[in-house]
Design a protein around this ligand. Structure first.
Ligand code: MG
Ligand code: ZN
Length: 399
């Protein structure tokens, strides 16, 4: 595609160059000759311009015809707190080859918030969901606390389906950024009120208590059912529902991998893919490996690595889906790095890795982004995290 564009650009430039040379070469002659001669030269020049214009049109038409860069489905996988060392841990501690090796396109993201050099998950989630820089703590709001449309709302306008999955509460900052609009990420009960009336067609995670045991007495469980959701609170359903689907399997966060969360994330992702595939208009699905971040905050390498490997497995589920559904674009990235995590040498022994942390908070390092599928080429390079939203929306505009 890039080669093709370059070629078209060179051909167009050559035509422009040739025609201007032609005009200049004839200018001397023109001065000496009659008005008639001038007019005929002008005609020739105009004809050339016209042919350049029609040539450009052909190019435009052709480029649309050969365009294999328009995805039907978009899957965005976010590893919360997943920097390059977290990803690398999957290569050293996993039993299987890492699924990160299977991406043809890799880039790096700058993640600073509007308020701070180091972002939190709310500002970063909002950057992905709405394409704007905002302050740390903001959910779906600008830095002046004005609500801004999310990708879930935008793609629903073109009748795509949408899904959200997290291993935290579904009201936690990352998933919340995709459907809620509140000034503070800590307003979990307020965040939950957005979900029954949102454009989300499928969601899975924890956070049941923010729907069922609220300080305002409002019953969001019945509101979900009134809005056409089938609710599961005991276990992950085996089959997708015909209705919209709400899955809340814990009062707050789901258990950690080390506590026995099992295959929730890969299985919920498979269920979401099956559910959302029913829509012939395509879908947008965001899946978060929420607890990689929490392993980082806890400076607990075993916790972090178990969550990282679970996330890696989940990538494999989407990659397998893409074999049957090649019109799916998969983007994998993080919101920021957590823990200043590094795979350090153990006291100078270069054959021993000692996973180490430099902070219990987040860090400012660039964040890797991986892409595969139609439009993936757009995601290479180094750019702001807000660019991810704009690249996705540009791709969807061509549909
Ligand atoms: Mg998160
Ligand atoms: Zn964090």
């Amino acid at each position: 595609m890039e080669e093709y564009k370059k070629e078209v650009f060179l051909t167009t430039s050559n035509i422009l160059l040739t025609s201007s040379q032609f005009f200049l070469r004839n200018f001397e002659v023109l001065k000496k000759n009659t008005m008639n001669h001038f007019l005929s030269l002008l005609c020739i020049f105009l004809l050339m311009l016209k042919s350049i214009a029609s040539f450009s049109q052909t190019v435009k038409g052709t480029s649309q015809e050969v365009n294999t860069t328009t995805p039907k489905n978009i899957v965005l996988l976010i590893g919360d707190g997943m920097g390059l060392s977290q990803i690398s841990a999957g290569f050293f501690y996993g039993d299987q080859p890492s699924n990160f090796e299977r991406f043809p396109v890799v880039g790096l993201l700058k993640t600073s918030a509007s308020s701070d050099l180091i972002t939190d998950s709310a500002a970063s989630g909002t950057a992905y969901a709405s394409g704007i820089k905002t302050y740390n703590g903001a959910i779906g709001m600008t830095k002046d606390t004005v609500a801004v449309k999310t990708i879930v709302e935008l793609v629903s306008e073109s009748d795509m389906s949408t899904g959200l999955i997290a291993t935290s509460s579904i009201t936690h900052a990352t998933p919340a950024s995709f459907y809620a609009h509140v000034a503070s990420r800590r307003s979990y009960e307020e965040i939950a009120t957005f979900l029954p009336h949102s454009d989300v067609d499928f969601f899975a995670g924890g956070g049941l208590k923010f729907f069922s045991e609220r300080s305002d007495g409002r019953d969001l469980i019945s509101e979900l059912e009134q809005q056409g959701f089938e609710l599961s609170t005991q276990s992950l359903p085996k089959q997708p529902s015909e209705k919209k689907q709400a899955i809340l399997l814990a009062e707050d966060a789901l258990p950690t991998m080390l506590e026995g969360r099992g295959n929730f994330l890969p299985e919920a992702t498979q269920l979401a893919l099956d559910h959302l595939s029913e829509n012939t208009n395509g879908f947008f699905l965001m899946v978060e490996g929420s607890q990689i971040d929490w392993g980082g905050h806890a400076n607990d390498a075993d916790y972090l690595i178990a969550e990282q490997l679970d996330f890696d497995t989940t990538i494999g589920v989407v990659l397998a889906y893409m074999i049957e559904n090649p019109d799916t674009l998969l983007i994998v990235t993080a919101d920021h790095e957590t823990g200043g995590f590094t795979l350090a040498t153990d006291t100078g022994d270069y054959n021993k890795i000692k996973p180490s942390f430099s902070t219990t908070g987040h860090s400012a390092s660039l964040i890797p982004i991986f892409a595969k599928g139609p439009g993936a080429n757009l995601f290479g390079g180094i750019y702001e995290n807000t660019g991810v939203f704009h690249k996705i929306m540009d791709l969807l505009e061509n549909r």
